[in-house]
Write a protein that binds this ligand. Structure first.
Ligand SMILES: [Zn+2]
Length: 237
């Protein structure tokens, strides 16, 4: 294996590792989870808002129902008293007058109760539907997290095995070229420390090489590599 061939084999291995790392960071499940979490946040604020709107209405409804039942009891009591045979005419007039008053109040309280109930009903329905939606989202999030854990674990395993099989490839590259490559690699923050030159451009940073650089590249002795003047990746012919 000539010197450059051994380097190209190492570069291929590093490209492969980068591809799998890229796959791991761009899993569609990650995007889906992120979008779902945004949706859940907005649903949570809808739930909070609905609950806050409903709370005083429900208190009002309960007070209104208590008023209706108190007045209804009073009405029954007054009706019983007005029908009692022992009542004097004076008492009867008083009872009748109070009964009329109670009936008016009862009618008003019942109207109020219906009005509050009609305001509560659609809000309660919306709250129930929103809660159902939230439950479904929580289930979906659990599912997504589980798939992500599984996928990530399997990709990590693949990366570890690729890194292990990289060692003999590193050892096959001559010392000088190897340290040059590793230097270029750490300069670009890991990953791949070499790039192909295609139509006068470095495929690593996409910069066009000057005619002078192209000339230098052509005159690079065999078994050596010229670094890209921009990104410092080793330029492969
Ligand atoms: Zn470059």
């Amino acid at each position: 294996m000539d010197e450059l061939t051994s380097l190209v084999a190492l570069v291929d291995a590093d490209r492969w590792i980068e591809r799998v790392r890229g796959q791991k960071s761009q899993l569609p499940e990650l995007v889906a989870l992120h979008e779902l979490e945004i949706e859940m946040k907005s649903l949570a604020s809808v739930l909070t808002e609905l609950t806050a709107t409903l709370a005083p209405l429900k208190t009002e409804l309960s007070q209104s129902s208590t008023a209706v039942s108190t007045l209804a009891q009073r009405k029954v009591e007054l009706e019983r008293r007005s029908a009692a045979p022992a009542a004097t005419p004076k008492e009867l007039v008083a009872v009748q007058s109070e009964l009329e008053h109670v009936l008016v109040q009862l009618g008003e309280a019942q109207n109020r109760e219906v009005e509050i109930f009609l305001r509560c009903e659609p809000l309660e329905l919306e709250l129930a539907n929103t809660s159902e939606g939230a439950k479904a989202m929580v289930a979906r999030r659990t599912e997504l997290r589980k798939s992500l854990d599984e996928l990530t674990a399997s990709l990590d395993e693949e990366i570890a095995s690729l890194i292990a099989s990289r060692t003999p490839l590193v050892e096959a590259v001559p010392e000088r070229l190897r340290s040059q490559y590793e230097r270029a690699r750490s300069h670009v923050g890991g990953g791949v420390g070499a790039a192909q030159v295609v139509s006068g451009r470095c495929e690593g940073c996409h910069i066009s090489l000057s005619p002078l650089d192209i000339d230098r590249l052509k005159r690079t002795p065999s078994g050596e590599c010229m670094p890209c003047p921009e990104c410092e990746r080793l330029l492969l012919p």
